[in-house]
Design a protein around this ligand. Structure first.
Ligand code: OOB
Length: 558
């Protein structure tokens, strides 16, 4: 079958995805309050780009050093988005349709995403690390009509993955490929068409679906609107001093919420600044780019911040343009935080955020002790924070408890997940973050731990249950429990405790291979597999993961 079958009479109808229909949205009185406060301004991403392009058409918007050094002006990005949106529309992609986008840090990412924003179709933001199991799930669960991949990238053939995934995703009508040999898929360059008038989205409509780190068997989809996301960008820009002279380097995967919006590439574009794409996160790639492009700001997860700090000491590149380094995604140790400014010569901002919404930043004018020992203050004066005990009772200031939050850019529910939403949100709409925090006298939050069943492997989130489910499918496995173990470099690694079936044999390497072969992203493959005869239990007979975490001791990696 051609991968480009047009929408036929018997094709499944596209399900419009507006805020409210597929996910709980803000009650009208909250929406009215956020509009009255000027947070939600009725602006869409499509209009935002159009306005910036009109204001300064010739300024450079996107620099892609890997893509033959491409430099797109705002005018060019705007035109490309228009033409690609028209081409997508001509191929039957409509407002509300979902499109799984799995692109690396290349200029096409922005062309594609702004084309979909203009159309009102919703990108579903997959990461390059995702493999068959995740992509098949995103395509089928979101009922995506299209999937966009990069072809062969970093030695991995995404086209072959797409071909394997198609039979599992009945709504998927088209597969587009952004680079290299298109094979059986439609090359992105063949899509653009003469711009047409589009009945684009409203600012209160969903703009895209982001992925949750998750703690359940499958990732949840996070519905973000134009209104709420643009508000978080404008506030992030104020807090991180991003303006039209800023140059943001996208080091982490472009589609992740942190490099996308805190303040990220979209923040930089919103301010009329410049985005430089870093094809790989190592200092050898990033430092010459910082020097050449005059990068002023970037964001890193703690392990990378450590590597950069070490490399800067002996490096010959001029990093003097770098003004602000944001570090977040996982807890940054105080000792490592103290080394940033002396080594890199820039200011440090800690950021504690989540794709569901709430973002906290240390402020650039905070004293150094606050910057190195806390994870910051909420972005908005209208972010409501509660720190509660196990029974949702509010705790006195300074005590550690569960962080609940509600506000103008924090979702009120996941996309099409009513049962999960009943657990993850309180009756009055607070999101249960799963994080354990303490609030200082100044209102800064300190992340003290986590109550959710998740492993934070250097900023990459792994739901224990997702990996456990895969291992349980192995014929030799009777039971399994996946936990985080402390690690000097990544913060945490994964350890799978396995009870084998009676008489069955398996080696750790075989089980790790099994997880990979089941099509899970490599970062989810357990770092360590330990065979045990039984699991420690809690007083009520549940597996004591706490005990397992404490007893697991990994050898320090080289
Ligand atoms: C960011 O977003 P997600 O959705 O990948 O992960 C959110 C979770 C938080 O709930 C928390 O458990 C952890 O990641 N986290 C941190 C942290 N920043 C995130 N834990 C400790 N210290 C920090 N600084 O990771 C994300 C989204 C936007 C901006 C920054 C990070």
């Amino acid at each position: 079958m051609s991968t480009d079958a047009p929408r036929s009479a018997d094709a499944p109808p596209s399900t419009a995805a507006t805020a409210g229909a597929d996910a709980p949205t803000w009650p009208p009185e909250f929406a009215a309050r956020y509009r009255a406060a000027g947070h939600w301004r009725g602006e869409t991403f499509g209009a935002m780009l159009r306005e910036r392009a009109a204001a300064h058409p010739d300024r450079i918007a996107v620099v892609d050093p890997a893509g033959a050094g491409r430099r797109w002006t705002y005018r060019e990005l705007d035109r490309r988005a228009d033409r690609l949106a028209a081409g997508f529309a001509a191929r039957g992609i409509a407002k509300g349709d979902r499109v799984v986008v799995q692109l690396p840090n290349t200029a096409e990412f922005f062309e594609v995403v702004f084309a979909l924003f203009r159309l009102g179709a919703l990108p579903v933001f997959a990461l390059p690390a995702h493999r068959e199991a995740e992509i098949a799930y995103f395509c089928s669960f979101s009922e995506a009509v299209a999937y966009i991949h990069p072809g062969v990238h970093e030695g991995f053939d995404y086209g072959a993955l797409a071909t394997r995934v198609r039979p599992e995703a009945p709504t998927l009508r088209q597969v587009f490929v952004s680079g290299g040999e298109p094979g059986e898929h439609t090359p992105l360059r063949a899509v653009p068409a003469a711009p047409v008038a589009l009945d684009g989205p409203k600012a209160s409509d969903l703009a895209f679906l982001q992925l949750s780190g998750g703690s359940t068997g499958v990732p949840k989809l996070i519905p973000r609107t134009h209104d709420d996301y643009l508000y978080s960008l404008r506030r992030s820009n104020e807090i991180c001093e991003v303006d039209q002279d800023s140059v943001y380097l996208v080091v982490l995967p472009a589609a992740h919420n942190f490099p996308l919006s805190s303040p990220g590439s979209l923040g930089a574009l919103c301010a009329g600044g410049r985005v430089v794409l870093c094809p790989r996160p190592d200092p050898e790639t990033a430092f010459p780019l910082i020097a050449r492009e005059g990068v002023t700001i970037t964001g890193l997860v703690p392990p990378l911040a450590l590597v950069w700090t070490e490399a800067a000491a002996s490096d010959r590149y001029d990093l003097s343009s770098l003004d602000v380094l944001l570090v977040g995604g996982a807890k940054f140790s105080e000792e490592a935080a103290r080394r940033v400014t002396p080594a890199l010569g820039c200011r440090l901002q800690q950021v504690f955020g989540m794709a569901e919404g709430l973002v906290n930043y240390t402020r650039l004018d905070d004293d150094i002790e606050t910057i190195v020992t806390t994870q910051g203050l909420p972005l908005s004066a209208d972010d409501e924070i509660r720190v509660v005990d196990d029974h949702d009772n509010e705790l006195p200031a300074g005590e550690t408890g569960h962080l609940l939050t509600r506000g103008p850019y924090t979702i009120r529910g996941y996309w099409r997940a009513p049962e999960h939403n009943a657990r993850s949100f309180t009756g009055d709409g607070f999101y249960r973050t799963g994080d354990l925090v303490r609030m200082t006298r100044t209102g800064h939050l300190v992340v003290e731990g986590r109550a959710k069943d998740q492993i934070n492997r250097g900023g990459e989130k792994i739901a224990a249950e997702e990996v456990e489910n895969v291992l349980l499918a192995h014929p030799a496995v009777f039971d399994v429990s996946v936990v985080a173990v402390p690690d000097a470099y990544l913060g945490e690694r994964t350890c799978a405790y396995v009870i084998l079936r009676q008489g069955a044999e398996a080696r750790p390497a075989a089980l790790r291979r099994f997880v990979r072969e089941r099509g899970l992203a490599a970062y989810k493959v357990p770092d360590r597999v330990v065979f045990v005869a039984e699991f420690p239990q809690t007083g009520v007979g549940k597996i004591s993961k706490k005990h397992q975490r404490q007893t697991a001791a990994l050898p320090t990696p080289r």
